[in-house]
Design a protein around this ligand. Structure first.
Ligand SMILES: [Fe+2]
Length: 481
């Protein structure tokens, strides 16, 4: 097996504008962006986003557009101005490879340079801290899915240390998505050990940052999952319908991503974990690939769990997925976009029913942070045109009626995850959406501001950067200056 792939190209164009998502931004930034429209004076704070910023060293290029060294971006908003800053996260991996001017470590989609011998056992992998960023007790925490997150100073964006979650002896691979309960202030993080048997850890810190609960359980099968649900009394983890076979990776022949194989015939499994330590139970669910949950809550004897689920992960897994093809200038169409799905889990019968809330293409969902784990009305998502793996619109979706308040950008523009910013003192769903947007024609990225209650009327203000930004999935808002 080699790293070379043949292209069954649909559109082979190394200069296609969407390749900018996989183009490094080496230079760290700090300047005041050009603003258009009027930024509200009562919107004050910083939007932090994370994503890969560097995709190649010494002639070796990462194989997926989502695989690279983490680069924190910060938009400081206040007094009608927007200051932009970016800095690479100084992980151990980044520092060592910067000093060596070459890659030393394998990442999830790309083997380390040096062939089989350098990749035996799956290769030495280190955190790139590129997946998510959250604000916790005045610190920024940047997650990969390897070990503990890295901690950064939100004011300087300097990397300070690893951040310990749970007991110091406990170093499972923490999932990049975490949740904050808006009622109790509890912070929930999930970790799992990749040794047999596959063990899941649920760690809960209270609002003061003290460890409150640590649950440990065996998962019913090996699987891959990225996100989870929380309600007042339960944590729910959806195990995707995949088989894990690490043989090729262990022999050094292929990156660890190759270990995940889509197998819809085995279905998904929902693992329902009571927070009070009672026995967890597992429920069969229809197959779909979930990267991102929307929200969950309890209603009578049911858990309602909403998420974005793809009919298959063809854009990510297999021999030549779209997220990899773009790194070679190939723009591939995709068939299986993310549908908005609802699981109804009956706590009495322990049965699950799935409903499709919206069939059209969606990703990167969010809700008003004050509604996490509670009954809610609106989800905010990025939307995708048919056949496209990147997102190019924003929608507020009414989860009761299915009504859509949607904005569609130009065909040469991407619109990423909407981050909900609550209006101070406002009610549920009162606030703004901050959306990063790449203009493929101009080759620059902007930050767009929407009124969350009227998405279709388009952005009310914009901050235009001086350059493009590479792919980014997730961000977090920190209010105040
Ligand atoms: Fe994600």
């Amino acid at each position: 097996m080699t790293d070379a792939l043949s292209d069954d190209a649909s559109s082979h164009d190394a200069h296609h504008w969407v390749t900018l998502l996989g183009t490094s931004l080496r230079q760290e930034q700090d300047y005041v962006a050009e603003v258009r429209g009027r930024w509200p004076t009562d919107l004050r704070g910083t939007l932090f986003r994370n994503g890969p910023g560097l995709f190649e060293r010494d002639g070796v290029r990462k194989r997926m557009v989502t695989d690279g060294d983490g680069m924190i971006r910060a938009y400081d908003i206040g007094d009608g101005t927007v200051r932009f800053r970016s800095k690479f996260i100084r992980t151990t991996k980044f520092r060592e490879e910067e000093a060596a001017s070459r890659y030393k470590y394998a990442t999830w989609s790309t083997r380390a340079p040096g062939g089989i011998l350098r990749n035996l056992g799956g290769g030495r992998r280190r955190s790139q801290a590129e997946a998510t960023v959250i604000v916790r007790h005045g610190k920024l925490l940047a997650f990969d899915e390897i070990g503990l997150p890295w901690s950064l100073d939100p004011h300087t964006l300097n990397t300070t240390s690893r951040y310990q979650i749970g007991a110091p002896s406990d170093r499972p691979a923490f999932k990049s998505r975490t949740k904050i309960d808006p009622i109790t202030g509890d912070w929930l993080a999930l970790g799992n050990d990749y040794v047999e048997p596959l063990k899941l850890r649920v760690l809960v810190e209270n609002a003061q940052g003290l460890s409150k609960t640590e649950l440990s359980l065996r998962l019913p099968r090996k699987s891959y999952f990225r996100d989870f649900f929380t309600t007042a009394r339960f944590v729910v983890v959806g195990l995707n319908a995949v088989e894990i076979n690490t043989l090729s990776a262990t022999l050094g022949l292929a990156p660890i991503l190759s270990a995940i194989r889509w197998k819809p015939s085995i279905g998904n499994i929902a693992v329902v974990i009571p927070k009070n330590g009672d026995d967890p139970f597992a429920v069969d669910a229809p197959p779909s690939w979930c990267f991102h949950t929307i929200n969950a809550y309890e209603s009578g004897n049911e858990i309602i769990a909403d998420f974005v689920g793809h009919d298959s992960p063809e854009w990510l897994l297999g021999k030549n997925p779209a997220l990899g093809a773009v790194m070679r200038g190939v723009v591939k169409p995709v068939e299986d976009q993310g549908k908005v799905r609802r699981w109804r889990i009956d706590l009495n019968t322990r049965r699950l029913r799935e409903e499709i809330v919206d069939e059209t293409g969606h990703e990167y969902p969010t809700v008003d942070p004050l509604r996490v784990g509670l009954p809610y009305r609106h989800a905010y998502l990025a939307t995708a045109r048919p056949k496209q793996w990147w997102t190019s619109g924003t929608v507020r979706l009414d989860m009761e009626s299915g009504a859509r308040d949607a904005y569609e950008a130009r065909s040469t523009q991407t619109l990423g995850e909407p981050v909900f910013v609550p209006r101070e003192g406002g009610g549920a769903d009162e606030g703004w959406l901050l959306v990063e947007s790449l203009d493929g024609e101009a080759g620059v990225t902007s930050l767009l501001l929407f009124n969350a209650g009227s998405v279709a009327s388009g952005p009310i203000a914009e901050a235009v950067l001086r350059h493009h930004l590479p792919f980014s999935e997730h961000g977090s808002w920190m209010s105040g200056t």
